[in-house]
Design a protein around this ligand. Structure first.
Ligand SMILES: [Zn+2]
Length: 107
């Protein structure tokens, strides 16, 4: 009878690399798209950011589009670049989109 329920892992029964990672996928579905060191740095940074849940791809994208991803503690510029390239490779972002770009109406 604990007051705090354990985080329910995002359900994805696919093996990383065998499917297109979607927004509801846990971040680990991007493990094959993002270089190992960058992915490990990202996983640690997200664990600090979201201590109570398994971060989903949607959470990662929200941070990216808010311009917060580059400022996550523990995520070096090189790791950030690796993550961004992985997101692009997975078709989740476009290369021309810049984080925290001002002026665009769409969020
Ligand atoms: Zn998945």
């Amino acid at each position: 009878m604990s007051a705090i329920r354990p985080p329910r892992p995002a359900d994805c029964h696919s093996t990383p690399g065998e499917h297109q990672a979607g927004l509801d996928c846990p971040v680990h579905c991007l493990a094959t798209a993002i270089p190992g060191p960058a992915f490990r740095a990202l996983a640690h940074a997200l664990a600090d950011r979201y201590p109570a849940k398994v971060p989903a791809v949607a959470d990662l994208l929200a941070l990216y589009h808010a311009g917060e991803l580059a400022r996550l503690p523990g995520l070096s510029p090189r790791s950030y670049a690796g993550v961004r390239n992985g997101l692009h490779a997975a078709g989740l972002i476009t290369r021309h989109r810049r984080p925290a770009a001002a002026g665009r109406a769409a969020r």
